[in-house]
Design a protein around this ligand. Structure first.
Ligand SMILES: C[S@@+](CC[C@H](N)C(=O)[O-])C[C@H]1O[C@@H](n2cnc3c(N)ncnc32)[C@H](O)[C@@H]1O
Length: 162
């Protein structure tokens, strides 16, 4: 039994260290922030949440008739999101247990991100390289300098790819 616990702790340590190099800790978006975000999502849109946590942002977009994909690297929020998607029988939501930096952003109309500022330059380059013209990038709390800012809406920064 000790080996199992040691294995779990070791695995978590690896993920923790990895996340300090690639993204933020798990802090969920607030309901007010999600409500604001939904103003920018239309029925039929394809939405991505990079580092989707428990999937709350994606489940809300699904209520608006959008489809969505999330990437999450931490096992517990990932499992929670997958179970939620199964219980809701929601085929419009796909959650990947994978590194968000491997996501191909070319097919998304709206990309949501809530990661610390220090990842912004790398993230901006990824958006500029992969995303289609007219697509939106919405960053919670931490700005993404280098993208075209359409609007600051509360704690959200709304960018348009040009
Ligand atoms: C601030 S939380 C935001 C969660 C969710 N997007 C929300 O708004 O409620 C950031 C999430 O990104 C995840 N994360 C950090 N680095 C990641 C990476 N390289 N790949 C996938 N997920 C990552 C963390 O585990 C965490 O759940």
């Amino acid at each position: 039994m000790e080996y199992v616990w040691a294995g779990i702790i070791f695995w978590y340590l690896i993920i923790f260290v990895y996340k300090t190099k690639t993204g933020s800790p798990t802090v969920p978006s607030k309901d007010t922030q999600i409500a604001r975000f939904l103003k920018y999502v239309k029925r039929g849109d394809n939405v991505a949440d990079l580092g989707c946590g428990d999937g709350r942002v994606l489940f809300s977009t699904a209520k608006k008739g959008a489809s969505g994909e999330g990437w999450e690297i931490e096992p517990l929020p990932y499992l929670y999101a997958v179970i939620r998607a199964m219980r809701k029988k929601n085929s419009k939501i796909k959650i990947h247990f994978a590194d968000m930096w491997k996501a191909d952003l070319s097919k998304f109309d709206v990309v949501f991100v809530y990661q610390l500022t220090r990842y912004a330059p790398r993230f901006v380059r990824k958006c500029q390289k992969e995303m289609k013209r007219g697509a939106l990038v919405i960053a919670n709390t931490y700005p993404l300098d280098g993208l075209y800012l359409l609007k600051k809406d509360g704690e959200l920064y709304v960018y348009k790819i040009r």
